[in-house]
Design a protein around this ligand. Structure first.
Ligand code: HEC
Length: 164
C-alpha cells in the first residue's frame, strides 16, 4: 500500500467502527423496548384460542401429557390477562374476577379428567370450558367472539399423538 493512502484507509475503518457501535446501541435499545412489551388483551385471547384448539386435539389423541401442558398454558395466559389488564375498556367488573368466575371450575375439571385419563369427562369439561369462554364474552359485550369445539386441526407441524 502506498503510504499516502493510509489516512484514507484509517478514516474509512474508524467510520465503519463508529457506525457499528451506533447500530449495536440501536439494537440494545430495541431489546429494552421489547422487554417491556405488554400484549393487549385481544392478543392474549388469540393465544388462548390457539391453546384451546391444541388442548382439544391432545385430548382426542389421549396425549394426556400434552393436554396437561396446554391447560397450564391456558392458566398462564389468564394470569397475564389479569395482571396486565386488571380492567379493560368499558367492562365494569375487574378482569381477574371475571376469569376466576368463568374459568376456575372448567379448568379444574379438565385437570382432573386429564389426571384420570378419562376421555369422556375430558370432553364434558372441554365443552363446559368453551361455554364459559362464550359466557364471559357475552357478559362483556364481546359476544360476537364465538368460541367453538374445533372442527379440524390447523397445526400441520405438530404431532398430537403420543406415537404409541
Ligand atoms: C374476562 C372474560 C373472558 C374470558 C374468561 C375469555 N375471554 Fe376471550 N375475550 C374477552 C374479551 C374482553 C375480549 C376482547 C378483547 C379486546 O380485543 O378488546 C376477548 C376476545 C377473544 C378473542 C378474539 C381475539 C382475536 O384477536 O381474534 C378470542 C378468539 C377469544 N377471546 C377466545 C377465548 C377463549 C378460547 C376463551 C376460553 C378458553 C376465552 N376467550 C375466555 C374476555 C374473555
Amino acid at each position: 500500500m502506498k503510504l499516502s493512502r493510509l489516512p484514507v484507509v484509517i478514516l474509512i475503518g474508524s467510520t465503519s467502527l463508529l457506525l457499528a457501535c451506533a447500530d449495536l446501541h440501536h439494537h440494545e435499545h430495541e431489546h429494552q423496548k421489547n422487554a417491556h412489551f405488554i400484549p393487549g388483551l385481544g392478543e392474549i385471547m388469540a393465544q388462548t384460542a390457539v391453546r384451546h384448539t391444541k388442548l382439544w386435539f391432545a385430548g382426542q389423541a389421549r396425549n394426556w401429557e400434552l393436554a396437561a401442558y396446554e391447560v397450564d398454558e391456558l392458566h398462564e395466559g389468564f394470569e397475564d390477562a389479569g395482571k396486565h389488564h386488571p380492567t379493560h375498556k368499558q367492562i365494569k367488573q375487574p378482569i381477574p374476577e371475571l376469569i376466576a368466575q368463568h374459568m376456575d371450575r372448567p379448568l379444574a375439571g379438565l385437570e382432573q379428567a386429564i389426571k384420570d385419563k378419562n376421555l369422556q369427562t375430558f370432553i364434558e369439561n372441554y365443552n363446559a370450558l368453551t361455554a364459559a369462554c362464550n359466557a364471559c364474552h357475552q357478559g362483556t359485550e364481546f359476544g360476537f367472539n364465538v368460541v367453538t369445539q374445533p372442527s379440524f386441526n390447523p397445526f400441520a407441524n405438530q404431532a398430537f399423538g403420543t406415537g404409541n
